[in-house]
Design a protein around this ligand. Structure first.
Ligand code: HGY
Ligand code: MN
Ligand code: MN
Length: 437
């Protein structure tokens, strides 16, 4: 047995050594001007007066942005179709199309009043990689897939269709554009009755690699070019209802109120304090709150809020939730109100694949770029695709770590660096996995 292990590890070392030489001299580079031009053209769809974008999933801006992206994919020489789940899939043939494809991509939907780089950098760069390969007549052994996932921001719904599928509850959830997931998928050209057809089999792709802005400040503060993602946080979200008793704001004495907003204010404080004071790197956020009936002279009888908890460890998320829930029960007792939590989103934390990450890091080194292995505090479609195939993620710096904001910014140079690392990672994976097939 030992003999065998030595044999295959020596083989792997030789392969790695060989193609580190091949790609170190590989002169292939993306077209930086074209890439950054496509990014600024894409930013027009849903642009807002704050200099950012509100291209929320299923909106008209999203529909028009998708049309623009499909045109770019066709110009890059890809066959383009929309799968039953509403994801845009571009395919570039390889030398041997019986081989499973290598997949790259990201998303172009944004949060409300978001920035022009989250998802867009990975999507435009993936198309640029395909166009560069085709123009340079470099045909990979494997087919190449460029995927633009739908509604990443709402909860990785596009990638979920390809992996676990969507539950009835998920299909009924409302997106920020007002359409339910079900109606939204129809609106963007999916087919809600054939969702099963969009599911991928295990290892149907060789690997999925996503380039994305870091959305945090590590690379920017440490003046590094490339982040090689080691793991992606899990995310759980709940819909929270606080029930009190609406009454006259003038005639109800202060000690006889069941004020839902007063209770909710203490809940928000508890979420922040538990998230901040529990040892570890978890985060806990109340991003949404609405009080009813919402008149200045009526004591709020009802509040609808959100809860989101993230961590690289799923067990940590659950223990933070338990603490928040028990503190809400105390608040309810002291204010005569009632709290109800309904879980809406459950995204599993995922480690990336070591061999794919190795290829990413090697590509950065070949391109003389500084790099660092690091976690992702943001969720990504890649963590869904980890169910199907090995995944890897490439980060580039976000100026001052700002994201989900019109102030989100990555420089054209950093974007070009990221796209070149994506290109050379694809070349390495194509070599590496061809050796094995
Ligand atoms: O919310 C996130 O983590 C990602 O940007 N969708
Ligand atoms: Mn994103
Ligand atoms: Mn995002």
């Amino acid at each position: 047995m030992n003999q065998q292990i030595n044999h295959s590890s020596i083989k792997l070392i030789i392969i790695c050594f060989l193609f580190s030489i091949i790609s170190a001299n590989n002169p292939l580079r993306i077209n930086n001007n074209r890439l950054n031009k496509h990014l600024s053209e894409l930013s027009k769809f849903g642009n807002n007066e704050f200099g950012g974008v509100s291209r929320v999933a299923y909106s008209d801006a999203d529909l028009n942005g998708r049309e623009f992206v499909m045109k770019l994919m066709k110009t890059a020489g890809m066959d383009v179709h929309i799968d039953a789940g509403g994801n845009i899939i571009g395919t570039l043939a390889g030398k041997n199309n019986d081989l499973p494809p290598i997949a790259i991509g990201s998303h172009i939907d944004s949060v409300p009043e978001g920035g022009n780089f989250d998802g867009n950098v990975g999507s435009m760069s993936a198309i640029e990689v395909a166009q560069t390969l085709r123009e340079s007549k470099h045909t990979l052994n494997h087919p190449l897939i460029v995927v633009i996932f739908q509604n990443e921001e709402g909860g990785l719904f596009g990638s979920k269709v390809m992996t676990s599928g969507l539950t009835e509850l998920e299909l009924e959830l409302q997106s920020s554009s007002g359409y339910s997931i079900r109606k939204g998928i129809q609106r963007i050209g999916g087919n809600i009755d054939q969702l099963e057809k969009a599911k991928l089999k295990k290892n149907e792709w060789v690997a999925y690699v996503e380039l994305h802005i870091e959305q945090g400040g590590i690379l920017y503060n440490e003046n590094l070019d490339i982040g090689v993602v080691q793991g992606i946080v899990g995310i759980k979200q709940w819909d929270v209802m606080v029930k009190g008793f609406a009454n006259h704001a003038g005639t109800t004495p202060m000690d006889q109120r069941r004020d839902a907003l007063y209770a909710a204010a203490q809940y928000v404080q508890a979420v922040h304090e538990i998230g901040k004071n529990t040892p570890g790197k978890q985060v806990a956020t109340v991003g949404k709150i609405k009080s009813f009936p919402g008149a200045p002279n009526v004591i709020p009888g009802m509040v609808n809020a959100s809860l989101e908890i993230r961590d690289l460890d799923g067990k940590k998320i659950n223990s933070i939730y338990k603490n928040i829930k028990s503190s809400s029960e105390n608040i309810a007792k002291n204010t005569g109100t009632e709290f109800k939590f309904k879980q809406t989103i459950n995204i599993i934390p995922e480690p990336t694949n070591r061999r794919v990450s190795w290829a990413i890091n090697q590509a950065a080194q070949d391109l003389q770029l500084s790099s660092k292995f690091m976690p992702s505090g943001a969720g990504h479609d890649a963590q869904e695709m980890a169910v199907i195939c090995p995944i890897g993620m490439i980060f580039i710096p976000s100026k001052e770590g700002i994201s989900h904001s019109p102030k989100e910014y990555s420089s054209p140079k950093d974007i070009a660096n990221g796209a070149n690392v994506l290109l050379h990672t694809v070349l390495k994976l194509d070599e590496q996995y061809s050796e094995e097939n």
